[in-house]
Design a protein around this ligand. Structure first.
Ligand code: GLN
Length: 491
């Protein structure tokens, strides 16, 4: 029988349509792979009964010719998406055994189109992190290892479970969310493709909120084409999210293979950091050469406010987080720790339920929003945000179609290796990705090469608002030139 887990979504779609195998067979193969890969800790909840029931139902629909664009494709869902009657925790103790009575809009669109849910994927607590080490379920392990070493590496974060599961062939694709880099950075660390759509492209309804003005859902998949297929189902207007934009969803897959001839690609000089590893720099140059060979024109651009993006993000994101997380007070969901008064009950619940990183963010956020500091920090950061957005707008106004940058400043690092004494060390992972969230733009991370230790590295393409299609066209050029990368199985 065909190897049912290493196919792409596009290949599986053909196999299902030709009746080479059923969705139930495909689903069972993935459930077996998940069971054999528990060492990766990618799934925090496996839902085999639900998966098989969904697969059987979709097999019946396929037989009647009513499949839908994702008919029978088994997916993993980040535990930040509310799934009806299935435990959803944001990987925080404070949500405990919360079982939502509703389904997020994005996941309901995936099921509408025929996808099958294998289970819920690990992530950093409330999506705060870059290594998936802040999860209350423990760290996720990257299926990639340094050559000749068995040190456990992080898969990146916060969508570490999504990236690890897709790279390790445990699911054909996964949902993820990106507030400052949480789709693109883990994709780069695992040689998967991650898309952060334009703000407003995918509904945020039913996704546990971190920083509402930055959060966006998007796919992680093994190829650019697969990410385009998933995007079409995930995107769309939703009246339940007031920031969701009412624009038709294009056929993203049709952008694959489109000529990029004559496109103007910006290379931002401010992204050339001091101390950037030579191999990251080399990969960036190589990526530019691939796009040039495909007919694109390269231009040096300037995004002068880049250096303020990370500090401004670490004011805006915690400010919004402190407000969003005020709802976890022991009254409505999950954990409650008793106290002598209602105030004490709130305090005990929050002290017990939130992990260290989440507490740090709530404290920073409360501080920057407090009366005496609001103007000096929060208001200032919002002004910086406007300038960052304007930097991009100025480049696009000069005819730049997309911008090419490295996805991350390094390859995956070891579990426990970063951020212990100094949280900023961890925050620096997002140096190339946060600007995109601050400006609300779409970005894609595509695997592009390996470092000297054999670990994957990715390139990022940043697009104009709602022009994800150009990113898919360009992303595929990079993918064709770089080839695909699969980790060797050790688990
Ligand atoms: N690593 C960043 C943070 O910790 C971004 C996380 C994300 O995109 N959800 O805030």
């Amino acid at each position: 029988m065909t190897d049912l887990i290493s196919m792409t979504i596009a290949e599986a779609r053909n196999g299902l349509a030709n009746k080479s195998f059923t969705s139930l067979e495909l689903t069972d193969a993935h459930l077996a792979a998940i069971e054999a890969a528990r060492a990766l800790n990618a799934f925090v909840l496996e839902t085999p009964d639900k998966a098989r029931a969904m697969a059987r139902a979709i097999d019946a629909r396929i037989a009647k010719g009513e499949g839908g664009p994702l008919a029978g494709i088994p997916l993993g869902i980040k535990d930040l998406f509310a799934t009806k009657d299935v435990r959803t925790t944001a990987c925080s103790k404070i949500l405990g055994n919360f079982v939502p009575p509703y389904e997020s809009t994005v996941t309901s669109q995936l099921w509408r189109d025929g996808a099958v849910m294998l289970g819920k994927l690990n992530n950093d607590e409330f999506a705060m992190g870059s290594s998936n080490e802040t999860s209350c379920f423990g760290p996720v392990v990257n299926p990639w290892r340094r050559e000749g070493s068995n040190t456990s590496l992080v898969p990146g974060g916060s969508s570490g479970g999504s990236a690890s599961a897709v790279a390790a062939l445990l699911c054909m694709g996964a949902t993820a969310t990106d507030t400052g880099g949480s789709i693109r950075q883990p994709a780069a660390f695992t040689a998967t493709v991650g898309v952060k759509p334009t703000y407003g492209r995918c509904s945020r309804w039913g996704i546990v909120a971190f920083a509402s003005s930055l959060d966006q859902a998007g796919p992680i998949a093994r190829t650019v084409r697969d990410s385009a297929i998933l995007m079409r189902s995930m995107a769309g207007h939703d009246p339940k999210d007031t920031t969701s934009v009412d624009r038709a969803v294009p056929d993203y897959e049709a952008a694959i293979g489109k000529s990029v001839k004559g496109m103007k690609i910006g290379i931002p000089k401010e992204y050339r950091l001091d101390g950037m590893p030579a191999e990251v720099e080399k990969l960036w140059t190589e990526g530019a050469a691939w796009l040039k060979a495909a007919g694109a024109e390269l231009v040096e651009i300037s995004l002068p406010h880049t250096k303020y993006a990370l500090p401004a993000y670490y004011i805006v994101a915690p400010a919004e987080a402190s407000s969003n997380l005020a709802r976890y007070d022991g009254v409505r969901y999950g954990l409650r720790v008793a106290g002598g008064s209602i105030g004490e009950m709130y305090e005990n619940t929050r002290a017990e339920g939130f992990g260290d990183e989440v507490r740090r963010r709530v404290m920073i956020g409360t501080y920057v929003l407090s009366a005496g500091y609001y103007d000096a920090y929060y208001l200032r950061a919002q002004k910086v945000r406007t300038l960052i957005k304007k930097d991009f707008e100025d480049c696009f106004a000069k005819g730049v179609n997309a911008i090419l940058t490295p996805a991350t400043p390094s390859a995956a690092f070891g579990v426990g290796e970063k951020g212990g004494a100094d949280p900023v060390e961890m925050y620096l992972n997002d140096i190339f990705t946060v600007t995109v969230n601050m400006a609300g733009l779409p970005g894609i991370a595509v695997p592009a090469g390996k470092d000297v230790q054999g670990l994957p590295l990715g390139l990022q393409l940043i697009g104009r608002p709602f022009d994800e299609e150009t990113l898919f066209s360009l992303g595929e050029v990079v993918e064709q030139a770089a080839g695909r990368f699969t980790p060797e199985r050790w688990w």
